[in-house]
Design a binder for this molecule. Sequence first.
Ligand SMILES: [Zn+2]
Length: 344
Amino acid sequence: MVVLLTLLLLPLPVNSSKEFTAVNEYSILPQQCCLEFNGTRAFTYLEDQCAFGPRPPGSSNLTACGDYIIASLENQGWNIQRQTWTHLDTPLRNIIAGASSSPRYVLIAHYDTRPIADMDSNLENRAQPILGANDGASGVAALLELACVLPEGAQNAVTLLFVDAEDSGNWNGWDYIVGSTYYVNSLTEYQKNNIQAAVLLDMMGDADLQLKHELSSTPSLVNAIWQIAADLQYDDVFLDVPGYNIGDDHRPFLRAGIPAIDIIDFDYPPWHTLEDTPDKCSPESLEAVGRVVEAFVQKQLVAPTIFRVTDPWFLPLIFALMILVIVVIVLILLVLWRKRQSFD
Ligand SMILES: [Zn+2]
């Protein structure tokens, strides 16, 4: 009970939209004209990755694609760190771009693709690896374009993280999110505390892009990014409605207490089929998300907002327990009062 009553006295999490309004007063609202993210150029990065073919962990296609990502980043002047290890006898590699060993923002995408098309309607296709134009290449394409357009000096605060082995779960003893888990486990407490936000881009190249709030994402971070999308008039893409609860590369960050968001459109019929090809994606979708993330980073660099991890189920549970405690106290008092009355 002591714990519960103490919790009663704790301040409730700050309303995120208020936080954001306060930031708007001190910084210029992002304007389309100031943003440079180019969807057409980003789309060529998506096609380039698919030209390597399916890219499951440990494959020569993935190694070649990783080398391509590194070359593109180095071309844009980004410092590269390679994080290599072995998992289930398979060599894996995360690619980390940025100048700071302790970044404040981490932008994430997985560059591997699923080894099996287990959702394909054609049973004969199910053992084949997917091309992953949307599920893999779209997020990486957006990050490579962001590497070109983020303001000078962003490297000191932002890390671009390309993770391996996100999408091999339930196949030959593999789990999902192996690469992102390895990255977060490699961080020191100091590094974890320094990350203000982790932004995951996954399956956001769908030509029919309709993004909904991913339910495990940090609410204040979702609100901040959705507010920028509304300011940029992308509210036809960033829908202000709840979506799904998705196990994805943002989860290891959340588990480490780091605010994180998964920007994903999970309503994508070609998901985990051989149909996940570039013709299902569009430059416009990449540009909408890319520009919102570009504006978010610009804003954070000028006037950082503090985001807090809160589990959405946590507060209702506390309130329910508090009400229970109050009811019990009232009942005890009532019983004592009646006993006293009967003595009188
Ligand atoms: Zn996938």
